[in-house]
Design a protein. Structure first.
Length: 192
């Protein structure tokens, strides 16, 4: 009887050990992201083509709102050695794929000083042009939705996406700046 109990205990231990996690979870990614303290942006070239939208005003609002949320969550700007790189995909009129893994950045000619938009002047990672490919084991696919924004948080050292955020809502057009701010705030509420 004692032999049977020992064998059952041994078998139960083996079964429980085999039921462990098979990989990182979303909670692990958020925990890792919270362990970082500095950020900068991987800029996009101007992506809003339609004259119905003011590309500069929209991108400035996006960056200001993300900056406010990042500061509120304990991050500081560091253009030289940022822990986290923020890559923003504003999707207002151009149907661009942001659901691929890996993600390819869209810097023309990959050289410093090439036009990327004046709103990135003070916040872009100084070596942004060296990062052409971003990947990650757990990037969720996000279908294109007009007037939406996708924000990627990327580990600068590994070029892996730590977390990808978006909202199920569509950004309204009546009070565009306010709706953009609310949309981004919703993304950060999901993260934190």
């Amino acid at each position: 009887m004692k032999f049977l109990k020992i064998n059952l205990l041994f078998l139960a231990t083996i079964l429980l050990a085999s039921c462990g996690s098979s990989g990182p979870t979303a909670k692990d990614d958020v925990k890792k992201l919270k362990s970082y303290d500095s950020y900068a942006y991987l800029p996009n070239k101007d992506t809003i083509i339609s004259r119905d939208y003011d590309n500069t005003a929209i991108n400035e609002t996006i960056l200001q709102t993300i900056n406010a949320n990042m500061r509120e969550n304990g991050f500081r700007m560091d253009k030289l050695q940022a822990d986290v790189l923020v890559h923003v995909h504003p999707m207002f009129d151009e149907k661009v794929a942001v659901n691929a893994n890996p993600v390819y950045t869209n810097y023309p000619y990959y050289r410093p000083g090439f036009y990327i938009g004046p709103y990135y002047k003070d916040v872009a990672y100084d070596n942004y042009f060296t990062i052409q490919r971003i990947n990650g084991p757990r990037v969720s696919q996000i279908p294109y939705k007009e007037r939406s924004i996708v924000i990627d948080f990327i580990d600068r050292r590994s070029n892996e996406i730590l977390w990808r955020g978006t909202s199920d809502e569509t950004i309204g057009t009546n009070r565009l700046q306010r709706d953009i701010r609310e949309y981004i705030d919703d993304i950060f509420r999901e993260l934190y």
